[in-house]
Design a protein around this ligand. Structure first.
Ligand code: HEC
Length: 493
């Protein structure tokens, strides 16, 4: 009996894949949570002015925005926050387990601050005008401190996911070495600044809702716009710093693997042209709000929030996730849940050599009993399971999937030997910097290659089911068609 590795069953989401499920939920969550932290800072600045200059009308804006936050950020945040936990737990159980094992007290602390933050926002909204303004200001600052604390603590975890940045953590396994990683300060600065912009764009909806002609529009609108622009400029500078703290594999992806159109300009600029365009658009909008606060209308402001979400946060989050490939956490656990290096500090062992020796089907804990040993009858299903376990975390298996679809990356080849050559060569040697080292025994390579070739040939679908209408048999299809036809008794999974 081979050694069993604690690899959980893979959650396979047809078409979009698990990465997009997490990405969509995460993007909404980032908008909600970032806006809340940025808004806390905005409130504190505005309220300090309201108290100093004795302008109680500013508090009306804070009250409206606070109420909007309760409905917008806190409801959507509370729905998507647990949504992230649920989806990552099934999509990446070992990844989340790795993070919990490193950061359990950091997360516990974060939740304490989060509780204070939630109480803070309620207290802030519902005590406006009912208590002494200076006492209220203290509540607002408490809201700021707790919001920023949640940000700092989460960034320590998120940035460790990118990489620890030195060998120290692997040797010590210490939470501090994990938390204060190379990427931490730069990411904190970048997100911290961009949160101000989120808060300003969302806050412009509330400005648009102030009756036209009210001087409050200008008074508050200019502060909001200035803060948003500061966030945008600071965020752009911090982003350059952030790129300088990325690991080498991320730079390869940044350079070669994200779409860029003008090869002769530095890739840091070209890769981010779409993001830069969004930033310029939002910058122009905020400038316009600054100059013409009376002209602002709700539909435009809502439209800009949609731009921020769809053309700003979504591509930014996707890029950040892509840059981390092939790892999910700390550059020791691959995105496909296999541990890819020793971490002596925590007694963690590289699993790649074990899989190379005994195969993934024999060592992964949750493989159906009838797929542990490959036979001519189950070869197609075994190949499909291997694709799901080893590749689907980063690749759509179907041709029209959105996530780096394998049929496209394999150029639709139906040549089993050629695919196996790729699996036995670059993939098994770990020489592709953005892909895990996936070193499978020859029979598993063959099963996987057979399945991938059959998907390309259109003889089986991504679920491994035979497609009745076989395409006209071009010569190189024959081997695949025969292999597919050999699978008469279909196993259900
Ligand atoms: C950790 C994520 C990850 C996993 C797991 C993964 N890949 Fe990839 N793969 C990538 C990335 C990122 C690219 C680059 C995609 C692009 O260029 O659009 C890529 C590209 C490829 C390419 C294109 C050739 C190349 O060298 O760029 C092939 C073929 C491929 N993968 C096959 C596979 C197969 C087969 C598996 C499973 C055995 C697999 N990959 C598992 C991330 C992964």
């Amino acid at each position: 009996m081979s050694e069993l590795l604690g690899i959980y069953p893979t959650w396979y989401v047809p078409q979009i894949g698990t990465a997009w499920v997490m990405g969509i939920i995460g993007t909404i969550h980032v908008l909600a949570s970032n806006t809340s932290v940025g808004a806390a800072i905005l409130f504190a600045l505005l309220e300090t002015r309201a108290v100093r200059e004795n302008k109680p009308q500013i508090m009306q804006y804070i009250k409206k925005y606070g109420m909007f936050l309760l409905v917008f950020s806190y409801i959507w945040g509370s729905v998507t926050g647990p949504g992230i936990w649920y989806s990552v737990t099934v999509a990446s159980p070992r990844g989340i387990s790795a993070l919990i094992h490193n950061f359990v007290w950091v997360w516990a602390t974060e939740w304490v601050f989060f509780t204070v933050e939630v109480i803070g926002v309620y207290a802030l909204v519902y005590t406006i005008g009912k208590i002494d303004p200076r006492t209220h200001l203290k509540i607002t600052w408490t809201f700021v401190v707790s919001s920023v604390a949640t940000l700092v603590l989460i960034i320590g975890i998120l940035s460790f996911m990118m990489w620890p940045g030195s060998d120290r953590w692997y040797l010590t396994g210490s939470v501090f070495d994990a938390f204060y990683n190379l990427n931490f300060a730069a990411q904190l600065a970048d997100r911290g600044f961009l949160m101000l912009t989120s808060a300003a764009v969302v806050g412009s909806i509330i400005i648009a809702a102030i009756p036209k002609g009210d001087p409050l529009r200008k008074d508050v609108g200019q502060t909001v716009a200035k803060l948003g622009l500061t966030g945008l400029i600071g965020g752009a500078l911090a982003f350059m710093w952030y790129v300088a703290t990325l690991p080498p594999n991320a730079l390869v992806i940044l350079k070669d693997r994200l779409p860029h159109w003008f090869g002769y300009i530095d890739f840091r600029i070209t890769t981010f042209i779409p993001l830069a365009a969004t930033s310029l658009l939002i910058g122009a909008y905020l400038l316009w709000v600054y100059l013409k606060p009376q002209a602002l209308r709700v539909p435009l402001a809502v439209g800009m929030v949609a731009v921020l979400l769809i053309a700003g946060i979504w591509p930014e989050e996707r890029t950040r996730e892509s840059l981390r490939k092939p790892w999910v956490a700390g550059q020791y656990m691959y995105s496909n849940q296999i541990i890819g290096r020793d971490v002596p500090g925590l007694g963690i062992q590289d699993e790649v050599p074990i899989i190379a020796k005994d195969g993934l089907l024999k060592t992964a804990a949750f493989v159906p009993a009838d797929l542990r040993v490959i036979t001519p009858q189950n070869q197609m299903q075994a190949g499909r399971l291997l694709a799901v376990m080893a590749c689907s975390n980063c690749h759509s298996i179907n041709r029209d999937g959105p996530l780096r679809p394998l049929p496209q990356l394999l150029h639709g080849t139906t040549d089993v030997a050629m695919i196996q050559g790729f699996l036995a060569g670059p993939l098994a040697h770990g020489s592709v910097p953005y892909m895990p080292k996936i070193d499978l025994p020859a029979n598993e390579q063959l099963a996987l290659a057979t399945f991938l070739a059959a998907v390309n040939a259109g003889t089986v679908d991504a679920e491994g089911r035979l497609i009745a209408r076989a395409p006209a048999a071009a010569p190189q299809h024959t081997a695949v068609a025969q292999a597919a036809a050999g699978q008469t008794t279909k196993t259900k999974d």
